[in-house]
Design a binder for this molecule. Structure first.
Ligand SMILES: *[C@@H]1O[C@H](CO)[C@@H](O)[C@H](O)[C@H]1NC(C)=O
Length: 154
């Protein structure tokens, strides 16, 4: 009896996994779907996007958050800080001229100047240095730390 109950709950868990993974946390915002359409994972932006714009001529984008946001980046647990306004250029597999995202490493803050797609990896550029991580680490939209979780609008 308990064995079949276990099997049933395992089955239910497996059935519920794919839908919870593909759930868009904030369908009212286009920023996440826009990231996806350019091949980037949605988790590059935190959950509190308030507005988003892209100039399709110049490829300049601007993301406004409803407040500054700090998250811990997988897998090395670097602290990342997002300004209220994040700007950059979306050009063929690359986010260039990025402004507004910093990471804490070696006792100081470094601006992430670009993010590039490379196969299944993301390459984060910090000046002349870069760090490579699997893009799947960023499949989930992160909550901001030290704030009440934001409910998804629907
Ligand atoms: C979009 O970019 C082009 C080229 O830089 C510029 O001429 C135009 O004014 C921009 N449009 C808006 C709405 O900012």
């Amino acid at each position: 009896m308990s064995k079949s109950l276990f099997a049933l709950s395992l089955l239910l868990l497996l059935l519920s996994l794919p839908s919870s993974l593909s759930q868009n946390p904030n369908p009212s915002s286009t920023a996440y779907s826009e990231l996806k359409s350019y091949g980037f994972p949605v988790g590059l932006l935190p959950v509190n996007v308030a507005s988003y714009s892209l100039n399709r001529t110049s490829c300049d984008f601007a993301v406004h958050l409803d407040g500054r946001c700090r998250i811990t980046l997988p897998p090395d647990n670097y602290l990342a800080s997002y300004e209220r306004r994040i700007t950059g250029k979306l050009v063929g597999g690359k986010i260039a001229d990025l402004d507004g995202i910093r990471v804490r490493a070696l006792f100081r803050w470094w601006s992430i100047s670009g993010i590039r797609l490379s196969g299944d990896d993301l390459v984060f550029e910090v000046g002349v240095a870069s760090a490579r991580y699997p893009a799947r680490n960023f499949d989930k939209v992160p909550e901001c730390e030290g704030r009440a979780p934001k409910k998804a609008d629907s």
